[in-house]
Design a protein around this ligand. Sequence first.
Ligand code: AGP
Length: 608
Amino acid sequence: MCGIVGYVGHRDALPTLVSGLRQLEYRGYDSAGVAILDEDGLWIRKEVGRVDDLARSLDGAPRSQVGIAHTRWATHGGVTQQNAHPHTDGVGRIALVHNGIIENMVPLVAMLRAEGVVFTSETDTEILPHLIRKAWRGDPVDAVRAALRQVQGTFGVAVMFADHPDIVVVARNGSPLVIGLGDGETIVASDPQAIVALTRRVIHLQDRQMAVIRADGAELHGLYDGRRHDQSVELIDGDYGVADLEGHPHFMLKEIHEQARSISRCLNGRVSREDGNARLGGFEMRPRELVGVQRVVLLGCGTSYHAGMVGAMAIEAMARVSARAEIASEFRYRHPIVSNDTLYLAVSQSGETIDTLGAVQEVQLKGGAVRGIVNVVGSTIARTCGQGVYLHSGPEVAVASTKAFTSQVAAMLTFTLMLARTRNLDLGQGRSVAAELLAIPEKVAALLANPGPIDDVVESVARARYVLFLGRGFSFPVALEGALKLKEVAYVPCEGYPAGEMKHGPIAMIEKGAPVIVVAPRDAQRDKVVSNLREVAARGARIIVIHTQGDDELAQLADIAIPVPSTPDWASPLLTAIPLQLLAYRTGIALGRDIDKPRHLAKSVTVE
Ligand code: AGP
């Protein structure tokens, strides 16, 4: 979603700002802009489209040692040049970029209009430079503070001033900002990815903090009380880095093919075949505490919610502990009952999803304990939870999540083994679970080396008016995930459904030749799924089945059969999801879609 970069230092700001924006492109955006200084004041360019379009408009730019830049994902107002950031005050001496949403926009706009302010965009953001101008008494920090005191909602802002060319003022409430401390230069960004090329020494700005950024460092204050805050400088670890396509045409395909390695990185050093057990040090839970867990609630959005569904089923099936997955955006506003005997797990690739963060904060407010299952090291959710595990998948750049899903499932299965060993799983059973888990990367590698007749499915899916994904038990979240991938990457109308529920409505959608993708590994529910398959086949559906290798009886019932290696039912999503990821990818290619940056989507969803 929206991205911020700001710079003050000794070098020409513009190339640094533009390359920072390029590092944020993966997050999803629809327009981009930059503000620097020339001898008369602010020099601003904005373009609809890609950072490349912006870069092409920068010919003849002045050299400036300060600047701010932004990628916008439209929330208030259409995708236009006027609505792109930076926005300025009426006299063009203050420029500002903003991530987040101003919730009391209507009264603030009315107040400013009544005072004669003329708005040049439809955005909520434009309110902010006007408020700063209104509060101006000569001190930039006081003016930003006075303006932000009037604002309700979430924000990360970076502000520059034509009359104070040596500073950028930043403030945070709900939208992340990280300050990078270089040698005689300071950079700020909404995502460390835009910083690491310059420095790995960072300060994570906290909510309700602001900072004055100068070439020689940053000075932190309380946003509302103005009190000076100490800095805690951290070193960004090696997981960050400029992601490279490494010869693949798209990040999505690269990340699909990384899964044997990413799952293995997630399991290594955690799952022990010999002990028949697992260890997740970051959870900081001894067996005695694990025994006290009566319930597990997994919180997440989108793909992370689907992974949470798999985790909840595994925890119930293997550890016999009551568990459920919750959509974070629903959970946080439901006034949920939070109890001390429940363990809450926040599942997120980016660690920045605002609804998951909101759910975490709601649990914490009610006295509950939340652990994170997060990919991005040092992200807001990871920091807010304090305890938890990292997926160690490496950067996931494609908007459509693939390797993070399988790593999330692997991490939750690791936790499940740990929990189950404190209860009903004996050493022998623990060893066999550990062995099955550790065998997964090899099976994923074999599947990716020979993924089956996926290309035979692409044509009918690409021209379908409706595609139905069906699964039962552990395969139901996989059906949901397969449909989500196809929507995101190929924009093909489709839905995932529990196979047994299909005849209660969706079966009406089946026309002759409609592709129905049935996820049916050989598990306890396999025979029931076969009945459902026959029901849609009888109505003319074209059946594509994902089945366990060697299940020839099932393969013969399908128009196209895609085999996956055999594994226990609780591990099957780690394999059955992969052909569906490839199907979405190849269908997107066939339809000429923008695979890594699908329309309207953002990698990191930081608004509600
Ligand atoms: C996945 O393909 C999606 N882009 C999306 O559903 C994503 O999983 C969701 O926004 C949650 O993101 P997170 O894992 O970073 O919290």
